[in-house]
Design a binder for this molecule. Sequence first.
Ligand code: SF4
Ligand SMILES: [Zn+2]
Length: 373
Amino acid sequence: MGELQKSMNQRNNLLEERNSLIEKINSIKQDAYRRKNIYRKEQLSRPISYWIKNDRLLNEIGKTFTIILRTRGCSWALSKYGGCSMCGYYLDANNADVPVADLIEQFNYAFDDKINEIKKDTDNFVFKLFNSGSFLDEKEIPKKVRTYIYEKISKLDKIKEVVIESRVEYITKENLEEISEYFEKKHFEIAIGLETVDDYIRNNYINKGLLFKDFRDALKRCKDMGIGVKVYLLFKPLFLNEQAAIDDCSNSIQILKSLGVNSISINPMNIQKGTLTEYLWFQKRYRPPWFYSLFKCIKKTFDKGGLNNIRILSDPSGAGTKRGIHNCLKKKCENSAKTKLKNFVLTQDITELEQQEYECDCKKNYSLTKDFH
Ligand code: SF4
Ligand SMILES: [Zn+2]
């Protein structure tokens, strides 16, 4: 067989593999849609949630004010490609346009409720505005809503940093210019779900529909405008065992560091409802990562050249439960691991992960190579 024929066959096999992944994701979603909530008018004028908590800012320990808005949902998830294999956010979304007035009311509801608390607090704040999709996608958050929010937040001195999330296709020059107009004096960061630097894992196992080169272009556009980028890495995507997860994430951190990314948030897999991940987890063909692996990954990366000039964050959803990152599920073991991770994130001091105040027996059962255990 000639080289050209070989590579065409390889490409066709890849496409077929990917098509069957998309088919499976879509069929799982169809089932979940049947049980999904239909949101009433009153519910569309309230955010999904909002809260204040301690957090690590760029140069100090402070607080976060987070608001999660309910929108129509992520355009990638709503497309015929079905969205990412671990993402169940579509179940919280409205799946039909949410009127501008409702989006603004959602924001105001949370903002007005917390503004006095923020003003009275002695700490500085980072403001995170999430919508389980892309803040810069006009279909989800129209310009009128974006600029309304920018206007309000940019005037608050207590807020030193702002974070939003977006897929790279919406990180356009125009959208970045709009941000710069409002946030000359604050650090503005766009969080991008890159998940891994590996194109194969990202597109064939996660179904992200994103190439690394497009991420790099978006990163450059942000840098040129003085806007920071935070990258989300998915720790242990489907079809990777513990060792492969450690290697993939460590490699990703090193490459991103060399590209000058400011902060990386490691998101250990958590099993969300209505996803391919959940389907495989029910069948015992997937297990969320062990804390031991996450710590090994961070230490390994640190040993290979340190974590200077980069901020490693991780605030795992469902940590210590069977759907989230966990060890043996014994309370003492999970709490000890959660505390180590929290202290490491707050101080960025790697020795926090080496504290040995409690060593659990489960470490003996932990294996790097079994796919499910
Ligand atoms: S992970 Fe992000 S990009 Fe992927 S479907 Fe969910 S919201 Fe969309
Ligand atoms: Zn244990």
